[in-house]
Design a protein around this ligand. Structure first.
Ligand code: RIB
Length: 293
């Protein structure tokens, strides 16, 4: 089973701030760092660090070549990553002392995906394989149609949520990975149980993995309902916590573990991630996750 993650790569510019900047306010940051990020990239790194073989497809500009090199060091296959004219995607991230973040993204190369690239990327994948996608690249509808026609199992993390997600062929998704905000925007329900019921009614063949931050996570599908509590740790920076969860959940799933084990591993890896600063760099290894458990 191969995993194709077709997703974003960002250069994250991260500022430590006393509080998120308000309208008409100018504040000084207490720290400034540049990290590798992007939801797609972070999830590929999570998968690779969890021990999965992952192919990352997407696009960068020449200013992102250092990220491609680092991805290779982390054993992410980057053969399907294109280099284009123009800038790599980037994010401006404020981090408060309690670890909460606030993010602005600029798509850059992430918004340059074209039909031929999608066709080429899917060529070496078939019905034994998995496609993982997020909502930070263009071309998602075509990607879903083509992957579904080839029988790939599609995991979709509709983050960051935008109204355009509702126009995608969501009936072709096998597993939705959503948080409460995304769940509410998809279903107009705010309680976790209601979100899950509504998602099950709309997409009866799909499984739903609902992450609840400090309240843990729930996995729901036709034959069962599984939940896990979050681990209690002191958060330094929550950036990439959700991406780490997804990477470790999917890597464990691909290894054939039970849903309970997948959830335990994902929650533990994500707990370690929030105790560290940065995006991809804050994602733990499989060994660190096992030691934590
Ligand atoms: O999920 C965290 C990521 O969201 C950051 O790395 C940033 O690049 C944004 O895409």
């Amino acid at each position: 089973m191969k995993i194709l993650n077709f997703g974003s790569i960002n250069i994250d510019y991260v500022y430590g701030v006393p509080h998120f900047v308000k309208p008409a306010e100018t504040i000084a940051s207490s720290s400034y760092n540049v990290y590798i990020g992007g939801k797609g990239c972070n999830q590929s790194v999570g998968l690779a660090k969890a021990g999965a073989h992952v192919y990352h497809a997407g696009a960068i500009g020449s200013d992102g070549i250092w990220i491609k090199n680092q991805l290779q060091n982390w054993r992410v296959n980057v053969d399907l990553l294109h280099q284009i004219e123009g800038p790599t995607g980037h994010a401006i991230i404020q981090v408060e002392p309690n670890g909460q973040n606030s993010i602005i993204i600029h798509g850059g190369a992430n918004q340059s995906i074209h039909l031929q690239q999608i066709e080429d990327a899917l060529q070496s994948f078939d019905s034994n394989d998995i496609l993982l996608i997020q909502n930070e690249i263009n071309g998602l509808a075509e990607l879903i149609h083509q992957a579904s026609a080839k029988g790939l199992k599609i995991f979709f993390n509709p983050a960051p949520m935008t109204p355009s997600v509702l126009d995608l062929p969501l009936d072709k998704i096998d597993v939705f990975i959503i948080n409460e905000v995304e769940g509410e925007e998809l279903t107009q329900k705010s309680f976790p149980e209601d979100i899950l019921t509504s998602m099950a009614q709309r997409y009866p063949n799909a499984s739903i993995l609902l992450t609840l931050g400090e309240k843990g996570a729930i996995f729901s599908h036709q034959s069962g309902y599984f939940s896990v509590e979050a681990k209690k740790v002191k958060a330094v920076d929550t950036t990439a916590a959700g991406d780490t969860f997804i990477g470790f959940f999917l890597a464990s799933w691909a290894e054939g573990h039970t849903v309970d084990t997948c959830l335990q591993r994902a929650t533990s890896a994500s707990a370690i991630c929030v105790t560290r600063a940065g995006g991809a760099v804050s994602i733990p290894t499989k060994e660190e996750m096992e030691a934590f458990i």
